[in-house]
Each structure stands twice: as structure tokens, then as C-alpha cells.
Design a protein around this ligand. Structure first.
Ligand SMILES: [Zn+2]
Ligand SMILES: [Zn+2]
Length: 152
């Protein structure tokens, strides 16, 4: 994603504005969330960083992700099994495609959804502040591998 650097700058600026110190660990966590290529879980972020920061605890990762969530800098995708995933690249509501077999999560093209939201506002008179739209299925790789899906 080409806006990763901008997102990182925005996140850092926001946290500093709120009086939070920047540590190398915090910055590394922000970097991963700013990209959010795979919509990582806290565990995935920890796995990616534990070699670089051997003294860092999973709790540090959780705390930083909560902070981003509370400040509106990361979107949380909650799942019934408790394996929450995060998107810090697009911290606002948007639809997701979720693979039931491997758990991969991607963002579809958003233009048509902005139109849909506008259409709903016009036809219902609702002032829409947020929404959740998840599409569940099998990603192309899992279709080839013949997976059946485990989340469903
Ligand atoms: Zn898959
Ligand atoms: Zn997303």
C-alpha cells in the first residue's frame, strides 16, 4: 500500500499530540499497523517483532493496539472466536473479504460502497455514522487447495 508512510506519520503525530512517548517498540508496532497488509491480529504483530525486540512482551503489543483503537487510529474487526484483527491503514469503516479457511482478510474496492452509503442516506433519511460489512468465503489460494473453511 503506497500510503503507508503517510499513515505512519499521521499515527505518530496523533499519539504525540495526546502526550504519548515514541519508543522504538511503539514505532515498530505502528509501522506494521500503518501498513496492515494482512489485517494482523495482535499475535501476528508480536510474531513479526519478537526477534527484533526479544524483551518485548505480548502485553506491550496489546497495549499499543488498544491505544490505537481508542484514539481512532485503528479499526478493530471482532470475531466470535476472539481472534480480533486490525486495520490501521484504513481506520474508518469499510467492507472486508474474509477467507474461512486460511483467515486472510482483504479490502475490496471501496468506491461502490461510498455510493451505496450515499444511496441509503438519500432513500432512508438515516444519517449513517458507521457500518459493518463482511463477505465470507474462500480466497483463490484456498479454492485451489480445496479447503472447506473452518471459521463457519
Ligand atoms: Zn484462504
Ligand atoms: Zn481493511
Amino acid at each position: 500500500m503506497d500510503n503507508t508512510v503517510d499513515r505512519l506519520k499521521q499515527m505518530v503525530a496523533r499519539l504525540k499530540e495526546l502526550g504519548h512517548r515514541m519508543t522504538p517498540q511503539r514505532l515498530a508496532i505502528l509501522e506494521i499497523l500503518a501498513e496492515s497488509k494482512e489485517h494482523p491480529s495482535a499475535e501476528m504483530v508480536y510474531e513479526q517483532l519478537k526477534e527484533r525486540f526479544p524483551t518485548m512482551s505480548p502485553a506491550t503489543v496489546y497495549k499499543n493496539i488498544s491505544l490505537l483503537k481508542e484514539t481512532g487510529e485503528a479499526l478493530e474487526l471482532g470475531f466470535a472466536d476472539g481472534s480480533n484483527r486490525y486495520d490501521g491503514n484504513k481506520p474508518y469503516p469499510h467492507p472486508h473479504l474474509i477467507c474461512l479457511a486460511c483467515g486472510s482478510i482483504i479490502d475490496p474496492d471501496l468506491t461502490s460502497f461510498q455510493e451505496l452509503t450515499r444511496h441509503l442516506t438519500e432513500t432512508t433519511g438515516y444519517e449513517i455514522s458507521t457500518y459493518r460489512i463482511d463477505f465470507f468465503g474462500l480466497c483463490p489460494t484456498c479454492q485451489i487447495n480445496g479447503s472447506k473453511g473452518r471459521r463457519a
